[in-house]
Design a protein around this ligand. Sequence first.
Ligand code: PAF
Length: 249
Amino acid sequence: MSILVPTMGALHKGHQALIKRARSMSREVVVSIFINPLQFENAEDIEKYPRSPERDIQLATLAGATEIWMPDYEEIYPGEITKIRASSIGDLYEGASRPGHFDGVVTVVNRLFEIVKPEAAVFGEKDFQQLQIIRAMESSVEIVGVPTVREYDGLAISSRNVQLSDKGRASANVIYRAMAAARLAPTVAIAQKIIDTTISTDAGFKCDYAVIIDEGDFSLAIDVTKHKRAIIAGWIDGVRLIDNMRMGA
Ligand code: PAF
């Protein structure tokens, strides 16, 4: 059975963890590398997106990929594009900051599934809202989520981290520190206060959202009993960072 690991390239340890997980489930692991224009808000962002195809091939192969597939635009979108709408949580949080983004993600994931016909596909929990939206898609492909890989200081590994200045990089783990400190708080109100206070100590972090939500429908949590998650996004040095962590023991 083949397993698909969809990526947009610029691979790092986080992607390698996805590929290793796929390889632990199957001998056939297809890694797709396609920068999907439909999920970007503007042409400049697509242009700026990092590209490192040779290194990607090396990293994917080392992690256990058996096929690296780099389709071109026509292969993914021949003729007119049939856009697919993301589920209703696609309008919240990341979706509110980046209108249309999740519609672009589900449209391309659907096309990748149509072409590769994998039995399963692996995605990172780092983009937790994306993972839940893909889980809500109509499809027979099993969706596997893999925990976020972190730097030594807790910062979630992301291809954007290299864009941070030294000062920005030094404080970027504020997001992780806020969530880790709040994780075992007895109530949502206390957890939220810990998150807000921790974040406010870092003048360089411009917060977009920092909330505790229900993992199913992304409604604001009213208790921290089960399946509740802190989700945080914001900017340091103009670089957008996002992260999340399950709350509770
Ligand atoms: O997470 C990503 O890299 C992309 O959103 C994905 C899932 C490969 C779709 O383009």
